[in-house]
Design a protein around this ligand. Sequence first.
Ligand SMILES: *Cc1c(COP(=O)(O)O)cnc(C)c1O
Length: 360
Amino acid sequence: MIPIAKPQIDEAEVQAVTEVLRSGIIAQGQRVADFENAFTECSGTEHAIAVNSGTAALHAALLAHGIGEGDEVITSPFSFIATANSILYTNARPVFSDIEGKTFNLDPEQISEKITSKTKAIMPVHLYGHPAEMKIIREIAEDHKLAIIEDACQAHGAKYDGKTVGSFGTGAFSFYPTKNMTTSEGGIITSNDKKIADKCRMIRNHGSSQRYLHGILGFNLRMTDISASIGLVQLGKLGNYTAQRQQNAKKLTQGLETIEGITCPEVREGCEHVFHQYTIRTQERDKLAEYLNHNGIGTGIHYPIPIHKQPLYQELGYADELPESEKASAEVLSLPVHPQLNESEIDIIINTIRQWSEEK
Ligand SMILES: *Cc1c(COP(=O)(O)O)cnc(C)c1O
């Protein structure tokens, strides 16, 4: 089986964790601080605040911007559920704006229509590792005085016009094992705004800026030194991982673009795509997925149900029609693109899809 994802844990991570365990300081300590410092280079921001998941990073970022009851946050319905749920956690209302079919990110042309007097922020998602249309999103945010909270959970190191995602507003990254780098579970918030960064640090640690002094309602969102020690090793490999993903994507596209009925992912000019997922579109998605799985190739559907159509959101009364997201949900299929794929596996993927296309 060629798996859809394969986290790479080597001897270096094992040693790093062992060292932390032997040190006896296993909760948040120096490793977390070192990891945060190291990550600011990846995000191109002054501050980075490590937390225990990408979801926690989104939640804390929203709270740090003062978002809560009565507020609206515009976001994409075509994402992992955590994107919108983080908004619900604050008692604000996620407002869904449709995607554009080419990059699967927020369609910048439609965002303005969704702005009301209650809108406080835009939360673009850099889906699959492809940056959202940040120039236009930034202009809209500036015109309407809205915060930008970037869901960069799939986009470590992705760039838009040479600028790293997570540095356009407040960024949130995930280090879940299938992401482009891992800490086991984990996440990080990135920002150039010291006030936001300080507030995130408080929210992470029970609203405390000083031991046993609690100014605001916070949570326990802390990352452990065990996780951070894995993250430090992984961060050192991220550049190579990304280059490998990009190379794999290029080979896949070279092999697949001539096959009828398959649409390969596009990279918008000026964008650096880090290929968290390599996602094709095809009208016969379910049949192709079954054929590939039957032939030992793992696939993924990201995502089969857009968020506004999830039972939770239906229950909340969402009745939006967001045709591009709904169409994408029926047509997308992610293929293996992870750094551990070898040439012959890429050939197998391409040849199997060609064979399917010829047989049908
Ligand atoms: C993974 C992911 C999250 C949540 O991150 P966790 O670390 O799993 O909490 C949020 N948004 C997107 C787009 C993701 O892919």
